[in-house]
Design a protein around this ligand. Structure first.
Ligand SMILES: *[C@@H]1O[C@H](CO)[C@@H](O)[C@H](O)[C@H]1NC(C)=O
Length: 305
């Protein structure tokens, strides 16, 4: 009964939002791991360490080819067709390249505040390093995902579906499709229903059901803690959605993991298949890993691939 309801519902949720932060809201975008202790979640997949998604030495910030180039290349196919870790730029270079972007990060997107302050930028750096150290997810993949999801704007708005018939629109009213009197035997199904009634994507990594920023008027300590929490939510997962770690452990490489994070499901032979979310997502992440920041944005970027 429950699964029939979910299948019926999945037909309703094919619409996606025209935003770089779009996530699929289909029921199959459910957490594979119900995370009750996110800050202890770690990359454990051996393949992931071979492919660079896992990194035991995130303290080494000069770990790539240097600064790379701000160009947009077109990739397609399976994860092996996307740049291997030997092509990735160094974390320090990725960070330095992005400094002016972070200061203006909120100007082009819906947000409640201006670009990041110097203190907020420092907090982002230390939080990435802290969460990378504990999760063993590669720090560059975390930062690339932050830039992809929010341009690094701490005040980024929660993304919601503009269509009021969709479950992640604030005015969506639970319909009979959501009301089940059946006993819930599988906690994941329960979670699915719960997820559908609260799946705002929040914060620096637009994590499913995660936290948003505490605000510019909070104390320096509260802002720092909030920035760390947003990065924990996106990297190590929440009770309502997989973080990078769960996707990395499931797929073993950053490209399938990126598609998992954006779409919930992965077409391994075509990573530009957005599965209802953002087609360009994996290609964008790949380019960020090799130095892309601003060049050929939009139509002249992925649009021309
Ligand atoms: C940092 O990583 C680079 C690239 O893999 C390597 O050449 C260098 O020896 C590493 N440095 C340290 C201190 O581990």
């Amino acid at each position: 009964m429950l699964s029939k309801q979910i299948i019926a519902l999945s037909g309703l949720i094919a619409v996606t939002i025209a935003s770089p932060f779009t996530h699929n809201v289909a029921p199959n975008n459910m957490p594979t791991v119900l995370v009750s202790n996110p800050s202890s979640q770690k990359v454990t997949s051996t393949t992931a360490f071979t492919n660079g998604a896992g990194n035991n030495n995130n303290q080494n910030t000069t770990d790539g080819i240097g600064a790379g180039k701000d160009v947009y290349n077109c990739y397609s196919g399976s994860f092996q067709d996307f740049p291997a870790k030997s092509k990735w730029i160094s974390f320090t270079d990725m960070w330095n390249n992005a400094q002016s972007a972070l200061k203006e990060s909120c100007s082009n997107i819906e947000s409640t505040g201006p670009g990041d302050s110097a203190a907020q930028i420092t907090d982002i750096l230390s939080s990435i390093q802290q969460v990378a150290d504990t999760s063993l997810a590669d720090h560059r993949f975390i930062f690339a995902t932050i830039m992809q999801e929010s341009s690094g704007c701490v005040n980024v708005e929660t993304s919601k579906n503009p269509d009021p018939t969709q479950p992640d629109n604030p005015s969506f009213a639970a319909t009979t499709a959501f009301t089940s009197t059946q006993p819930v035997s599988d906690p994941k199904e329960f979670c699915s229903l719960e997820f559908l009634t609260d799946n705002g994507h929040r914060g620096l990594m637009q994590s499913a059901g995660g936290s948003s920023f505490v605000g510019n008027s909070a104390s320096a300590a509260a802002q720092a803690a909030s920035i760390t929490q947003m990065i924990i939510d996106g990297t190590q997962g929440t009770a309502k959605g997989d973080g990078l770690v769960q996707c990395i452990n499931q797929y073993g490489n950053i490209y399938e993991a990126a598609r998992c994070y954006n779409s919930g499901t992965v077409d391994p032979s075509d990573l530009n298949n957005g599965e209802g979310a953002t087609s360009s997502y994996v290609n964008d992440i790949a380019n960020r890993m090799t130095g892309w920041l601003n060049a050929n944005n939009g139509e002249s970027g992925f649009g021309s691939c």
